[in-house]
Each structure stands twice: as structure tokens, then as C-alpha cells.
Design a protein around this ligand. Structure first.
Ligand code: NAD
Ligand code: ZN
Length: 443
């Protein structure tokens, strides 16, 4: 089952160690309030009525709307005297244009006292942008991270935001970011600010039973990469000591994020393949929802690195790929899929920065796998075996990229310095070129 790759990587330069003069001694941890379990989504009307909310906007996309979950959530709010409107126009994998459309709609039909997102990362991120721009002045691009946008900070508090995930993946219900595609520039980027974090995460695994198998596979790879990347991220102690005003939500690997990541990996070991095979299995759906929540709480504080940085240009420069179980109206490489396609090679590259963590992660993810003679091969082998089993494409070649695209992909990744800064070793354009080249065909 665990095959070795025929291609070997060129010798990598020795790992530079991060030895700051004044090492960081502080890490931070932030998370929304959480309600977890089957039936949790039935209590949102009650919970919102306690906040005094009278007009609530429910944000979702057409696919999730078709399951009836968002309307059911809206209906139980009416029982508490809350007027709830459903906006089902979120665009799967939001763009600047789709977010602008949602913001325009919300501004035209507001004001709102609270916002509820029912859906995957698409709906939750759309709700974050709507929340920001219905409570603060200015336009979308003012707030998008520099250098693409103005990197402006909100001046006003945001509305309460309840995030109700219907996929088992992004952890967006816990995080402080909103991801979007800027269409004219062909780049994926984000808005990142601590006030974007939802006030309450309501994780009800019963809403994920309708999640199609292809979405379960891609979104599950997102959970896995969140856990693996935050676990292998550069430790918080390897940074220079920050001043209080310099602190950012992503502070590097730390003991609390490690704990969430390890537990998420164990849950995935037991449930991931089964969830893709049989979406009706309630126990497995519960474990996947738990894994997504745990990994979100981990990476939402530690950060992610090379696979996520590579995913930005992989998804942003899509040519003509139409994945099964996603809307067919536009080409796309789903977030979890684009993150996973270079992950085996990225972890082969980072192995020497923390061999023990890479080996431990592989053991947690597949307790029955035998460690190969070359320990650097262990995690890549466990990962590719899983990807094959759940039907993830066998590399970036299968989603439309070849040798001729590598320069553009590397350039796109190098723009994600915020993420690359969390990598456990320095990564150059040449290193990325090697990772992309060896990821054209993974097996
Ligand atoms: N903010 C963050 O922290 C963060 C983190 C990772 C990814 N993201 C973003 O999240 C997006 C991806 O989100 P995702 O993977 O959760 O998927 P998604 O929200 O894009 O949904 C994928 C597809 O599944 C359908 N779907 C979702 N739940 C369903 C259900 N229960 N039943 C039936 N159909 C369902 C949707 O209609 C859609 O067609 C990307 O835009 C990505 O960039 C955000
Ligand atoms: Zn992700």
C-alpha cells in the first residue's frame, strides 16, 4: 500500500535553525463560543433571542439551501419573534464580485442585528465579509490583505455572527479569516482580522449527512492539512519576542494547538475513509465534525504553511477542471483538494525541520502503517495512500497543470509570505519549484 516515489528530490540545503536573540515566550489562543452535537442547530432561535436580535440575516449557497437546513434555521427563529431573511446567493468559493453582490444585497435590505451562516467555508466566509461591511464604512478592497488590498482595520464592532458548518472541513467557524478570489488579478487572498471570528460556532453533525462524497473527500483533506500544517509549523518560541501590539492570531506551533492537531489526526484515522464511503453513518459524521472543529481550533491559532500557500495559486489559476459533486457552472479546484495536492511533497521537504513530529503525525494518521527505512518517506506515503483511497486526483497534473505552469505557480506561492513565514524552515522559489514539479504526478 505504501509506495515509494520513483523520483527523488534533489538534495535540500541544510535546515536553517531559527535562533532569535530574544525568543518569544508568549503564545495566544482564541476561539468562539461553541455548541456541538446533534440537535445543536435547533437551538439557534433561542440563543439569538437572548441577544435581543430582532432582524437576522441567514447566509447560505444554493446547494445548501436545497437541503432545507437554512430555511429550517430561519423558521425556528420566527418562533422567538425574530424576523429572519435567507440570502442563498453565496458563490461556491467566494470571489470579490460574489462578496460584493452579497454585501450590496445585505446593505439594501438591512439593517441587521445579527448574521447566521449556514453552509461550508463558502457561506461562512461570505457572512464574514457581509458582517464586516454592514457594520463598518468603506468597501471590500479596503479591507483585503496587503499588498492586494488596503489592509484596513475595522473601526466598529461587528454584529454577532453565528456560524453553522454543513461541511466537515474548513474550520472557518473558528477562524479570523475570510478567503476570496480576486478575479481580475487571478489571485486568492483574504481579509484577516480578529473581529471576523464568529461569536458562536454551532456544529451539528446531522447537517453534514447530506454532504456529497466528493465534498466530504476534499473538505476532509482540508481538515487533515490544517492539523498537519499547524502541528509541523514553526514553533512560537522560534520567533523574535513581539510587542503586544504586534501579536497576530497565528503565532506558530504551541502546546495547545498541538493537542487539537493530534486529536484531529486520530479522529481522521478512524473516520475519514468511512465517511467518504458511507455518508449516512452518523457516528462517523460526528467524528469528522469533531475533527474539523479540533483542527480549526488548532490551525486558527498556530497557522498553516506550505501546502496552504501553494493552494492559493493552484485554485486561483484554475483552467478547466470540474470536480465531481461541486457546482458545474464554473471551473474550480476545491480548497481542500488544492491544499492536498502538494502536501506529500511539502512534508517530504519539511521533514528535516522536525523529524519526530512528522513521524508522529504519520503514526497517528495510520497506526497500522509500517515506517519505511527512510523516515522522510513515512508521512508522504501515508498521505498518498489515503488520497488514492478517497479519490483525490494524483497530483497537480490531473487538475490541468504541467511543467510550463510551474513558474506562475511558484510566483503565486511566493506572494503568500504571511503563510510561508509559518513554515518550519526557510523556503525559497527553488524549493517551491521542486515541490510543484514532483507534485505533477504523485503516484
Ligand atoms: N475562513 C477560513 O478559515 C477558511 C479555511 C479554509 C477554507 N476556507 C474557504 O472555504 C471554502 C471551501 O469551503 P468548504 O470546503 O466547506 O465547501 P463549500 O462551502 O465551498 O461547499 C462545497 C459544496 O458543497 C455543498 N454543500 C455544503 N454542505 C452541504 C451539505 N451539508 N449538503 C449538501 N451539499 C452541501 C455546497 O453547496 C457546495 O456546492 C473555500 O472558499 C476556502 O477558501 C476558509
Ligand atoms: Zn484550509
Amino acid at each position: 500500500m505504501l509506495q515509494r516515489k520513483a523520483l527523488r528530490m534533489p538534495t535540500s540545503r541544510p535546515t536553517p535553525t531559527f535562533r532569535p536573540d530574544h525568543p518569544e515566550s508568549v503564545f495566544t489562543y482564541g476561539a468562539p463560543q461553541l455548541k456541538f452535537g446533534v440537535g445543536a442547530a435547533d437551538e439557534i432561535g433561542f440563543d439569538l433571542s437572548r441577544t435581543g436580535a430582532e432582524r437576522v440575516l441567514v447566509i447560505t449557497d444554493a446547494g445548501v439551501a436545497a437541503t432545507g437546513h437554512p430555511q429550517r434555521v430561519a423558521d425556528q427563529m420566527t418562533r422567538f419573534g425574530i424576523e429572519a431573511s435567507v440570502f442563498d446567493g453565496a458563490h461556491v468559493e467566494p470571489t470579490d464580485e460574489s462578496l460584493q453582490m452579497a454585501v450590496d444585497w445585505a446593505r439594501a435590505h438591512g439593517p441587521w442585528d445579527a448574521i447566521v451562516a449556514v453552509g461550508g467555508g463558502t457561506s461562512i466566509d461570505t457572512a464574514k465579509a457581509v458582517n464586516l461591511l454592514t457594520s463598518n464604512p468603506g468597501e471590500l478592497m479596503d479591507y483585503v490583505n496587503k499588498p492586494v488590498g488596503g489592509g484596513r482595520d475595522p473601526v466598529n464592532p461587528l454584529h454577532p455572527l453565528v456560524a453553522v458548518p454543513t461541511t466537515t472541513g474548513t474550520g472557518a467557524e473558528s477562524t479570523t479569516i475570510c478567503v476570496l478570489d480576486v478575479l481580475s488579478l487571478k489571485v486568492k487572498t483574504g481579509i484577516s482580522h480578529v473581529r471576523l471570528r464568529p461569536t458562536l460556532a454551532v456544529v451539528d453533525p446531522s447537517l453534514t449527512r447530506t454532504q456529497p462524497s466528493g465534498v466530504t473527500a476534499a473538505a476532509g483533506m482540508d481538515i487533515l492539512c490544517h492539523a498537519l500544517e499547524s502541528y509541523t509549523a514553526r514553533p512560537y518560541t522560534s520567533y523574535e519576542r513581539k510587542q503586544p501590539e504586534q501579536r497576530v492570531p497565528y503565532c506558530g506551533a504551541n502546546p495547545i494547538a498541538d493537542m487539537w492537531a493530534e486529536k484531529a489526526l486520530s479522529l481522521l484515522a478512524g473516520s475519514f475513509r468511512r465517511a467518504v464511503r458511507d455518508g449516512e453513518d452518523e457516528e462517523v459524521r460526528g467524528e469528522m465534525a469533531m475533527a474539523a472543529t479540533f483542527a480549526g481550533m488548532g490551525f486558527g491559532n498556530a497557522g498553516v504553511h506550505i501546502p496552504h500557500a501553494n493552494a492559493y495559486p493552484i485554485a486561483g489559476r484554475v483552467k478547466d477542471f470540474h470536480p465531481e459533486d461541486y457546482p458545474a457552472d464554473h471551473p474550480m479546484i476545491p480548497h481542500g483538494m488544492s491544499v492536498s495536492l502538494t502536501a506529500p511533497e511539502a512534508f517530504r521537504f519539511t521533514f528535516d525541520a522536525s523529524p519526530d513530529r512528522h513521524r508522529r503525525a504519520a503514526q497517528l494518521l495510520d497506526p497500522h502503517a509500517e515506517e519505511p527505512d527512510d523516515a522522510a518517506e513515512f508521512l508522504p506515503a501515508v498521505l498518498t495512500a489515503l488520497m488514492r483511497d478517497i479519490g483525490i486526483p494524483d497530483g497537480i497534473g490531473a487538475v490541468g497543470y504541467g511543467e510550463g505552469d510551474i513558474g506562475d505557480l511558484v510566483e503565486g506561492t511566493l506572494k503568500q509570505q504571511r503563510l510561508l513565514a509559518t513554515a518550519p524552515k526557510q523556503v525559497t522559489g527553488e524549493d517551491l519549484e521542486g515541490i510543484f514539479r514532483r507534485s505533477i504526478t504523485l503516484w
